[in-house]
Design a binder for this molecule. Structure first.
Ligand code: ADP
Length: 403
């Protein structure tokens, strides 16, 4: 089944063409800098024996033109994998915020599109481009079932005492202010993989899943369901991130405005773009910070300590709310690659049953693996995330049940 997975950002379209249910990726690509001077398209065909990359630098004024270029590359005689756009039978769209309405993957209808649009008030940076991606894909891939896969769906199972903030009730009832969570597709994917590694049914696993990319979040999974997560209504709470602040006393923001005279727009920029690892060191790329740390740099040392201390604090609190935890899972750029962070976030936790094997933690393996010591009661896994596959899987599930 020819399945196209699309992740549309404000100036980009990421895509993967996947055969389902085999999960075989036939090609991947990225259209960047849409609407800016000169854009770029990187397209990679992955058919055995003929892997090939092409890069085009050209003006891409709109998402529609970007998506037409994707269609032309998919059908290209040399770099394509299909002969006609009508060969695409299923399109899975990543939608960042599905709010309370979407507890599962949904076939795109005009009602669904209206709902995504309404939710743009809460996710102004993400939902509008996601919707644009849906509109243009509908025009081009006319024979395909279009399906929305919501990043928030996995967190739909949070109990009210976990998703509510202790604000006056009307902020929730009238304005929808609550925890929605993010990275749900990634947390759900690694939950499924961890269940396989534990040889348990997914509904029987208890996990702490830790997604550490540029954005970062940690989720408590009980019986295969998300019961708490560190990102909230916006992607700024919880763990320290590349440029985002993570948890902070909200009174500090009021102090910045009232006593330091920084206006709210600037505070928003600071907590989203200038904070986190970047605020502490000047760099948001953890690789550079690790290099500085190994040279003895004090700012880098503080940043890594703070970053991993915050993860450890959440691990402790999630151990308390879940009960018997089977495994903790590290995923995404930092989680998959940084043995230093994995070690710092879990050292001295052997009294709680968590202990890494130094040898397994520092191995350069790129595949999913168990890195815990033989005596650890709670396993520690590294599982490369695969959000595109999870989107394709969920979209295919809907397609299969529709037929
Ligand atoms: P995004 O959230 O943009 O999808 P990724 O999951 O790709 O991000 O993670 C990006 C981060 O992963 C980078 O900021 C980088 O610091 C970190 N990273 C990637 N490779 C390594 C590595 N080998 N060691 C440490 N950190 C790494």
């Amino acid at each position: 089944m020819n399945t196209l997975v699309i992740n549309t950002g404000s100036s980009s379209i990421k895509y993967q063409f996947i055969d389902m249910p085999s999960g075989k990726v036939l090609c991947t690509g990225l259209v960047e800098r849409i609407g800016e001077g000169i854009g770029a398209i990187t397209h990679r065909k992955l058919i055995e024996g003929e892997n090939s990359d092409v890069i085009y630098n050209e003006k891409i004024p709109t998402h529609e033109i970007g998506m037409k270029r994707v269609a032309s590359l998919l059908t290209d005689i040399n770099y394509g994998v299909i002969t006609n756009t009508s060969d695409v039978k299923l399109v899975g769209h990543r939608v960042v915020l599905g709010g309370e309405k979407f507890s599962t993957t949904s076939i795109i209808t005009s009602e669904v599109k209206n709902a995504i649009e309404k939710l743009s008030v809460i996710a102004p940076l993400h939902n509008p481009p996601n919707l644009t991606g849906i509109h243009v894909a509908e025009q081009i891939f006319t024979d395909a079932l279009q399906v929305g896969v919501f990043d928030t769906s996995f967190h739909h199972t949070l109990p009210d005492y976990a998703f509510r903030y202790a604000l006056p009730n009307y902020f929730y009832t009238e304005h929808g202010i609550r925890v929605y969570g993010f990275h749900g597709t990634s947390h759900q994917y690694v939950t499924g993989r961890a269940a396989k590694m534990l040889k348990k049914h997914v509904d029987a696993v208890n996990l702490i899943t830790i997604h550490l990319g540029n954005g970062a979040s940690i989720t408590a999974v009980k019986n295969g369901k998300s019961i708490d997560t560190s990102l909230g209504m916006t992607p700024t709470s919880g763990l320290v991130m590349g440029t985002r602040i993570g948890d902070i006393d909200p009174g500090v923001l009021i102090y910045m405005e009232e006593s330091l005279g920084i206006n709210i727009k600037e505070i928003k920029r600071i907590i989203n773009k200038e904070s986190g690892l970047k605020g502490l060191t000047g760099f948001n790329d953890l690789r550079l910070i690790q290099e500085q740390y190994l040279k003895g740099d004090q700012k880098a040392k503080l940043a890594l300590n703070l970053y991993s201390y915050r993860i450890k604090k959440y691990i402790g609190s999630y151990l308390a709310i879940i009960g018997n935890v089977d495994a903790i899972v590290f995923t995404a750029g930092v989680g998959e690659n940084s043995d230093i962070i994995r070690e710092m976030a879990t050292d001295d936790l052997s009294h709680l049953g968590i202990q890494l094997s130094e040898e397994l933690n520092t191995s350069k393996s790129k595949i999913e693996r168990d890195i815990s010591s033989e005596t650890a009661k709670i396993k520690t896994f590294v599982i490369p995330t695969n959000e595109e596959f999870e989107i394709a899987r969920q979209a295919y599930e809907i397609f299969r049940t529709e037929k």
